[in-house]
Design a protein around this ligand. Structure first.
Ligand code: ARG
Length: 394
């Protein structure tokens, strides 16, 4: 085995298994982003007269081809590669020869992984926001379809005031949109260029142009001083997972209402057969598993957030290998959010209300009646409240 950092091939295989662990698999989604950042870095080196024209051209063509072939499944990162960054450099070397060895000038995998992660997360946030918008639109559509359907509004799980499907679904839609704004806020910490910090202490002796990679990659600012970069790893991740948790908790509450309304005791709504599952023993059952799993998923998101927060707490400054472990909970939380947001529009579309089975308590208009008394007679609300209460006792 040979690595970028170990040409003597003395590494114990058990160490590779333990340290690379699942990293080589997790890095698959970062390959294209690592290539984008690597090309920007190579262009910067070229601009600083640290890379020849011919080498830049070979690096660009080689890395672009590798990214393309990876996306088409023509090669994979192997455990023996250790991680995606090494996998790319190895393959680039096989392809273009010694020129590949020139692009690691002025960088380290420590700033390289952050650049790739931040570019990936920028796309992820856009995708999450687009899917959240589709969920909100599906909730609006449910309100339109059920425009005439009244619902009891509950407090303490007791009928409180009249509500409607429009009002019920509209509240969730508004919250999903607000949570999507929150996802956007997570982008702020990620919009800082980590490149040029290298292992964490910059590039002494080299005229590295951090502004050049910043503008090429579309980062808003350059992160400074260089020692701040590794201190910030995990924070953008935590912020994003926090916003994901809020979003999924809200969707979980929606699912809980649906599950309650779907019980035989309520019977307010039905769910299309294609969106329910059967029981292996009870022939009559149609189970609302999709909504139960939407409810359950917010717990996993919260656990991912907790794992990310715990990994960074109490670390000393500078790069620590612990930071590699951030990727698993980060990707897990992102994937379950993407999947949950994707199943929701059709799941919401599968809901049909049964107005004939929805009974509003006769006393549900009591607060409204008291309000009307105040408006009509100018009496204090407390007096109106007492009068309506008296009337209800009779
Ligand atoms: N796969 C590593 C990570 O995600 C890349 C950085 C490795 N750096 C190192 N010095 N071993 O953190």
């Amino acid at each position: 085995m040979s690595f970028l950092w170990n040409k003597d091939a003395t590494l114990d295989a058990r160490v590779l298994n333990y340290t690379a662990a699942e990293d080589y698999a997790l890095d698959a989604r970062l390959v294209g982003y690592d290539v984008t950042a690597s090309i920007a870095h190579a262009e910067m080196l070229h601009g600083a007269n640290l890379l020849e024209d011919a080498d830049l051209a070979a690096v660009r063509a080689g890395l672009s081809a590798l990214a393309d072939e990876h996306s088409r499944g023509q090669w994979r990162i192997e455990l023996a590669d250790e991680d995606g960054h090494t996998a790319l450099e190895k393959r680039l070397t096989q392809r273009i020869g010694a020129g590949a060895g020139r692009i690691h000038l002025g960088r380290s995998r420590n700033d390289q992984v952050l650049a790739a992660l931040r570019l990936y997360l920028r796309d992820v946030i856009e995708e999450l926001r687009a899917r959240a918008a589709a969920v909100a639109a599906a909730l609006d559509e449910l309100g339109r379809r059920e425009a005439a359907t009244l619902l009891p509004g509950y407090t303490h799980m007791q009928q409180a005031m009249p509500s409607s499907v429009v009002l019920w679904a509209g509240g969730f839609a508004a919250q999903v949109r607000d949570d999507a704004e929150g996802l956007g806020l997570a982008h702020r910490r990620l919009a800082q260029n980590p490149l040029g910090s290298a292992a964490g202490y910059g590039t002494p002796g080299l005229p590295i142009d951090r502004e050049a990679t910043r503008s090429r990659l579309g980062f808003a600012t350059t992160q400074a001083p260089v020692t701040a970069v590794q201190l910030s790893r995990g924070k953008g991740e935590a912020h994003l997972l926090f916003e994901i948790t809020l979003l999924l908790q809200g969707l979980g509450r929606f699912a809980t209402d649906v599950l309650l309304f779907y019980t035989q005791e309520f019977g307010f709504l039905s769910i299309a057969d294609a969106f329910t599952t059967g029981s292996s023993i009870m022939p009559q059952k149609r189970n609302p598993d999709v909504f139960e799993l939407i409810r359950g998923r917010s717990v996993t998101a919260q656990a991912c957030l907790d794992e990310v927060l715990g990994l960074c707490a109490k670390l000393p400054s500078g790069y620590q290998r612990d930071l590699q472990l951030l990727k698993a909970p980060l990707f897990r939380g992102i994937d379950l959010a993407l999947q949950t947001l994707a199943i929701l529009p059709p799941a919401i579309g599968s809901i049909k209300f049964h107005p004939e089975r929805i009974r509003l308590d006769s006393s549900i208009h009591a607060a409204e009646e008291a309000n009307r008394l105040v408006v009509a007679e100018g009496i204090p609300f407390r007096e109106a409240y007492r009068r309506v209460q008296e009337k209800l006792k009779r």
